[in-house]
Design a protein around this ligand. Structure first.
Ligand SMILES: [Zn+2]
Length: 229
């Protein structure tokens, strides 16, 4: 049985608003605009979207996957709560950089949001620190086991459990696509806002995937809800 891709959300944080002169900012933003935008027409923010540390969901991106994500982010939309069906984007990611802080490597994209009347409250909530958590929606191929390096769907190790000195976690291998980045209200778990039809929390998705793996093939069509759409 072929194992499909996961669609998953991973939490991050809004780290900065940008102000002051920056020489090529207009040019970078205007790559994505259909007419040249003036500086006062948009706000820009920096997000710490994902990183190479084991997170509270016991998952971790290897550094080469972060490099891939970094290249995929520019041009992707900024959403609210991963709501791709009910709302239109709030902003567009216009560049992305890898940011190293000691052992921690993270993907830090910049996003621009137009200062339309409709976005006024949204921008104010970010600037005021109310909307400070973010989450990346992405598809990847293999949740690799940190203990035995097998696909976690076919081995018996449990993420979060200790095996000798090591705690089992997911190594997120084979990123296929970055779908969007979302702002989620402060205090959310990031994954909590992902609709069940689009993505499951990784632990639930693993249980589902293991159950499907050990069942006969005829149910394969039914697992599409956690496969890439
Ligand atoms: Zn394992």
């Amino acid at each position: 049985m072929e194992l499909g891709a996961f669609v998953f959300a991973h939490p991050g944080a809004l780290v900065a608003t940008r102000s002051g002169p920056e020489l090529d900012l207009d040019d970078r933003v205007n790559q994505f605009a259909l007419r040249p935008l003036a500086r006062e027409e948009f706000a820009t923010f920096t997000l710490d979207l994902c990183h190479n540390q084991v997170d509270r969901h016991f998952s971790r991106f290897p550094e080469d996957e972060l490099e891939k994500i970094n290249g995929m982010v520019p041009g992707r939309p900024l959403m609210e709560r991963h709501d791709l069906r009910g709302s239109l984007p709030r902003g567009t990611f216009f560049r992305s950089e890898l940011h190293r802080d000691g052992e921690r490597l993270s993907v830090r994209p910049d996003v621009y949001v137009l200062r339309t009347r409709d976005n006024e409250d949204f921008i104010l909530n970010i600037e005021g620190g109310v909307y400070r958590e973010t989450s990346i929606g992405f598809a990847f191929q293999t949740p690799e086991c940190s203990i035995c390096a097998s696909d976690l769907r076919v081995c018996n190790h449990v993420p979060g459990k200790s095996y000798g000195d090591a705690i089992c976690h997911y190594v997120l291998r084979g990123v296929i696509d970055v779908i969007e980045g979302s702002v989620v209200p402060s205090g959310s778990q990031g994954t909590g806002f992902v609709a069940a039809t689009r993505a499951l929390p990784l632990g639930t998705a693993l249980d589902t995937a293991r159950a499907e793996f050990h069942r006969p093939v005829e149910i394969a069509a039914r697992v599409r809800h956690w496969q890439r759409e």
